[in-house]
Every structure is written in structure tokens, then in C-alpha cells.
Write a protein that binds this ligand. Sequence first.
Ligand SMILES: [Mg+2]
Length: 209
Amino acid sequence: MEFVIGFDVDEVIIDVGQALFDFFNTKFNSNFSKEDFIEFDFHSAYGITKEQTIEYLLEFYQTEEFQGIVPREDALEYLPKIKSLGPNIRIDLITSRFGDDAKKAAYNMISNYFSDDIRQIHFAEHSSSNYGRKHQILESIGARVFVDDHLLNVADASTVCEYVFLMDQPWNRDAGVISKYFPDGFPDNVEVIHSIKDAYYKIDKIYNV
Ligand SMILES: [Mg+2]
């Protein structure tokens, strides 16, 4: 039986972070850094509508900066190690990327860096829609473990996966923000990790019990 592990892409396998803020800062003559975002809320930070945010994101996805982003070093080193834990390990990516440019960049990343390690990529709908949300995909592929940086996705996934790891980022650290998604604190199957290396050691323990 396959042991399915799901990974989010942005801010987990690759750090889009600063490139994205640089793009918006140029547009809006602002000076935000990744660390300023204690809650992931682009449109209110820049005083624009959600529709405008999507428009700008589609533009950002076309840039060389975005298309040329290399995966995080810990992902390059440890995703293959996770895959090598056993013959029945299957790694799938589940991402909310939208638009052809962002999808193309994701396919390129897999074929350039992880062609032996990643089985499949699934494109989820935006978290505001009820159809094709990440946890529905996770359930349909039978993922036992999932790694994501967004609290909403982690909260949803914790209802369908055995283990969910929250990749530490500025927008998921603040106690007040966390309590919006987890009023009673993290459930037992949710843990914070700081790297794909952390994920490797935790998955190794789960897999080898
Ligand atoms: Mg993400």
C-alpha cells in the first residue's frame, strides 16, 4: 500500500517570499518585507481588492524572477531522502497556484529538480472556494501526511490527514492569528516544523514505527 505524503509548494518547497514582496513594493512604492506579514493578507496590506491582487499575481507569475526561482536547499536535499525512505513512499504536491504561468513554473520545477521524487501535482482552488480545496484533494489521494505554511490549509488538513506539519513562517507564528484558525490550540496531529529536514526526521519516525 502506498504511503502518500503531500507537500504544499510556495513557501514550503520554494521561497517565493521576497521576490513577491519586491514586485509589489515596486508597484506600490512600499517597503514591506516578508517578516512584516504576521498575517497573510495581501490586499489589505497594499490597500487593493482581492481581484486586483489576483491580477497583480498573474503579472508576477510571468516575471523572470518568479519563473527562475530555485527550490529551497533543504527541499533539494531532503525531498529525495523522504522519497528514499521506502519503495511505497509517494510524494504529491498540492498547490493553490492559478494561471498557466504559475502552473508551467511548477511543472518545470518538478522536471528540473524532482523528476524522480514527485509523482503528481494537484492544483487546488483558492482557499475561499469550497470546491477542490486542499483537504478534499488530500482525502481523495489518501495522504497520511501533509506540509503547508497556511493556517487555514493546516486546519482543514488536520481533519483528514494523520499528521500535518506547519512550516514556520512569519504569517503563522502570531498567537492571535493562530487562534483564529485553532481556537483551542493545535490538535495533537499538528506540529510546527522549521525545514524540510525536520519533515524528513518526523516522517522517518512515522513511516518506521
Ligand atoms: Mg504555501
